[in-house]
Write a new protein. Sequence first.
Length: 337
Amino acid sequence: MAEERKRVLVVGGSGYLGQHLLAALAPATDRLDVAFTHHNQAPPQLLLDALPSVRAFRADLRSGDGLEAISASFGQVRFCIPTAPSSSSSGLPASCLRLHVGLVHLQIASACACPLVVYYNAVQTILSAVHSILMKCVVKFCSPVLTVYEGVKSFYKEEDETLPVNMYGKSKVAAEKFIVEKCSNYAILRSSIIYGPQTVSPVAKSLPIQWMDSVLSQGQQVEFFNDEFRCPVYVKDMVNVILSLAKTWLSDGKKVQVLLNVGGPDRVSRLQMAESVATVHGYNHNTIKSVSASSVNRGVASPSDISMDITKLTQMLSIKPISFQDGVRATFDAEAS
Ligand SMILES: NC(=O)c1ccc[n+]([C@@H]2O[C@H](COP(=O)([O-])OP(=O)(O)OC[C@H]3O[C@@H](n4cnc5c(N)ncnc54)[C@H](OP(=O)(O)O)[C@@H]3O)[C@@H](O)[C@H]2O)c1
């Protein structure tokens, strides 16, 4: 008997990471049914043109609108990769929290379309059945380490205390707690800044390397913080991490219960990031002005040093993220080709 095709849903697939994930999943659409959600009225046309076998659904995670249509039309999701929403602004109010709670709507919508016997044949109650089924397929993605740690030391480990300094971080921690308590399978990825080439259908927001490149290319003096440290991760490394976890679950059927820092190997300030961009593109370093983050009032608390220890990631998945400088080169090479 032919094996049932597995369904993978990328929530927020029209976004930066989502589009890179979809592009990486596209070659597997002979074996997988892949769909994504978007929030804008229409999905990005260039993305649909480039990936014709991938289905698009409009969904609003704040209200849950559109989620039932996914269950009804696409069916029960085997592997769900929520990548929405994004905001680098850490001052997001309660709506941010609601968006994460919206993930729950999604999971419930998926469960409704799922025959309970498929995964668990010894489930005692409807409630635990729903949770079990849901959480067999859910991968909670991307709690930015940007906000879940307090940011007062270097190279945070996963087991270090989470102490978010703003509402955005609090909502991520709340979502993590929910997932850990309720899910039998999950992967919580705490991501640093994600950088890399532009997407098939360009995203409107400013991308970090491209923004630095554009200001440095103008030859005018630009200020960069010298005392806020991150471990930027190349987008394709992030995609590899997710696909590796997906493979473990989809092919091997192994239980997945992980919480991982996902960052690059280098602890860098914005100043050092700009210097790498200048080096790779041969710009004059004299235009890069070093300033303290405390010289600017951004209106929200921003942790100083949230560099991360990625030993667990490299040991568990045997994935070694590339250095920041190599990632910058790869970004420009990909955009030039
Ligand atoms: N990018 C980074 O540097 C970074 C770093 C750490 C963690 N993260 C996390 O990684 C995830 C993905 O980031 P990203 O940069 O790829 O995000 P992004 O480009 O901003 O994409 C956001 C996605 O969410 C959708 N969306 C927005 N509001 C929504 C709503 N109310 N209901 C349902 N969907 C909604 C968007 O749909 P439309 O396209 O239709 O608007 C889009 O598909 C986020 O959770 C973010 O917090 C990102």
